[in-house]
Design a protein around this ligand. Structure first.
Ligand SMILES: [Zn+2]
Ligand SMILES: [Zn+2]
Length: 352
């Protein structure tokens, strides 16, 4: 980093997140402090390929009387408890310029990555992850093709620590009529950069990135970003600036599957646990415009800090002031690079 030479790596400092336009505080010396806080149960992977009580397993019943087909690949259905509904009537509320509300129409779907209850992205075959990538792209095109939908958010909550109620490998797809808060923030910064430099912000970031890279292949780079807030946060960026997942060609889709496999294996191996995280993709609004300023990428936000059972809390100063981290992004990247690419439960190379 271009810091003053007198600044030690262990001195507190601030770093700027150019995607959100917000600062974070880095306090590396705090990593040595004794831990007397909450200790969670480490996540243990499910040991059964089929769970008769799981509402996502093939052939099982879900709430509301729906029965899953006996699917053998990717399975997608409308969320039985959808946060967004397509038939929401238009509604506006305003009082005194301070109390403001609007109706929000949309859809919410669930995507099962595999019929196998005991698998995760980290333990799936890369070719099967590629089918998930294809399904994400098809959903993005179909939902985004609806003129009433202007934003499609594809994400996965992994693990009870992140509030995921079911270990079955699955993610969610929420589609909005308006742009969500994070998309508005990152859209504005990327547009300003593109107008000023004629290149995407993340293309220029990849040019600068080196010491924080965790994994890379011909088409994708995964790094702990310079401005990471969560201890082992990563960003996965396509080398070619495409605006959305449907713009990835066949080789790039294989490259995305391979880097998701490698990264999640490294995560699992870091603390020898089924590593919890929230991950998801940021891509162009589906408003009919091309958005060359938007550069397709994924964020991984994992909560674990120092072991499989001790997580980082974003409370206190983080809620009232700004995000703060203990270990530096460079240290976190080094730890993830040291983690094996052979899954600790498999003992075999899972990515190619
Ligand atoms: Zn299941
Ligand atoms: Zn983003």
């Amino acid at each position: 980093m271009a810091a003053r030479p007198s600044l030690s790596v262990n001195d507190p400092h601030r770093r700027f997140n150019p995607l959100t336009g917000e600062w974070i505080l880095v306090s590396p010396h705090r990593a040595q402090r004794p831990w007397q806080g909450q200790v969670d149960q480490p996540a243990v992977p499910s040991e059964v390929a089929y769970d008769p009580t799981c509402y996502l397993c093939p052939g099982n019943s879900r709430a509301g009387g729906h029965v899953n087909p006996k699917y053998d690949g990717v399975f997608i259905f409308e969320n039985d408890f959808a946060a967004l509904k397509p038939d929401t009537p238009a509604w506006d509320y305003e009082k005194g310029g301070l109390l403001i509300a609007k109706s929000e129409a949309g859809r919410a779907r669930v995507i099962c990555f595999s019929p196998r209850h005991d698998l995760t992205l980290a333990r799936m075959d890369v070719r099967d992850i590629e089918k998930v990538v294809d399904a994400w792209a098809a959903e993005f095109m179909e939902l985004g093709g609806n003129p009433a939908i202007n934003s499609v958010t594809i994400f996965e909550n992994r693990g009870a620590m992140m509030g995921s109620s079911n270990p079955h490998p699955h993610g969610q797809i929420w589609a909005n009529s308006t742009l969500p808060v994070e998309a508005v923030k990152e859209g504005a910064t990327q547009l300003a950069w593109f107008r000023a430099h004629g290149r995407t912000l993340l293309s220029d970031y990849l040019e600068l990135e080196d010491e924080r890279i965790v994994a890379s292949n011909e088409h994708f780079v995964a790094a702990v970003p310079f401005w990471a807030a969560w201890p082992f946060e990563t960003i996965v960026v396509s080398r070619r600036p495409v605006a959305s997942i449907d713009g990835l060609n066949r080789d790039e889709r294989a490259g995305l599957a391979a880097i998701l496999s490698e990264l999640t294996i490294r995560y699992d191996n870091l603390f020898q646990t089924s590593f919890p995280y929230t991950m998801g993709f940021h891509q162009r609004p589906t408003d009919g415009e091309g958005h060359p300023e938007i550069h397709f990428h994924a964020h991984f936000y994992p909560p674990l800090l120092r072991s499989a059972s001790v997580k980082k809390f974003m409370v206190g100063y983080e809620m009232l002031a700004m995000p703060q981290r203990d270990i530096t992004p460079e240290q976190a990247a080094g730890r993830l690079r040291e983690a094996s690419t052979r899954h600790y439960l498999h003992g075999s190379e899972n990515h190619s």
